[in-house]
Design a protein around this ligand. Structure first.
Ligand SMILES: Cc1cc2nc3c(=O)[nH]c(=O)nc-3n(C[C@H](O)[C@H](O)[C@H](O)COP(=O)(O)O)c2cc1C
Length: 188
């Protein structure tokens, strides 16, 4: 798949992964792809945390669940996720063998946009290599958690922007998520 439009259209959020590690060489390639994203004033205000230790991924997921439950309870829009959170052994990362967290350096004017661009580059590069991904935004709810910041040694001036689950997957039964027609408000 070397046509960029094909790569863009074929990327799906993957929520079931094979128990197969991603090599360090491939992870470096993904981060390389991320770093070529455009950034406001070319600040490149990001940091990457790579987690492949299964027990640490589980610990991270377990620690995020109370934060996510709180948001679900406070916001009727999210009630439909309540059942999913109660499934035994549920992982917010869907048991992916790798999680890459992209953190933004908050002094940069557009750090959230910059990191989102990097995340999309990373996910598209992964997809082109047959690796599935899912941006797990729910994890960002634990950005200020003391255990999390200490365990991952996160500098105070960095904020979680894009936690991404990654892994190889069986390329079948992946639902096609239709897109609405884009709303072109005006065409001058
Ligand atoms: C900012 C952001 C946050 C997201 N958070 C989650 C999440 O917490 N859990 C999840 O399963 N998917 C999450 N997703 C994935 C979306 O649900 C998914 O992109 C959307 O349904 C479209 O499906 P597709 O990616 O397969 O095209 C997130 C995506 C984005 C861009």
């Amino acid at each position: 798949m070397d046509n960029i439009l094909e790569v863009i259209k074929n990327r799906r959020s993957i929520r079931q992964y094979l128990d197969k590690p991603i090599s360090k060489e491939v992870i470096i390639k993904l981060i390389e792809a991320a770093k070529w994203a455009p950034t406001g004033m070319n600040e490149q205000p990001w940091g990457f945390i790579v987690v492949q230790d299964k027990s640490l991924i589980k610990e991270l997921s377990d620690s995020a669940i109370p934060y996510i439950n709180k948001i679900i309870e406070e916001n009727p829009k999210f009630i439909r996720y309540r059942k999913r959170m109660r499934v035994k052994d549920f992982s917010i990362f869907y048991h992916a063998p790798c999680v890459i967290i992209i953190l933004g350096r908050v002094d940069a004017l557009f750090y959230q946009n910059d990191c989102a661009m990097a995340a999309q580059n990373l996910m598209l590069a992964a997809s082109s290599m047959g690796i599935g991904s899912c941006w797990v935004g729910m994890m960002s709810t634990m950005d200020k958690d003391k255990w999390f910041r200490e365990r991952f040694q996160i500098p105070d001036n960095y904020k979680v922007i894009a936690p991404i689950a990654l892994g190889y997957f069986e390329n079948k039964d992946i639902p096609i998520i239709e897109r609405k027609p884009p709303e072109i408000l005006k065409y001058f």
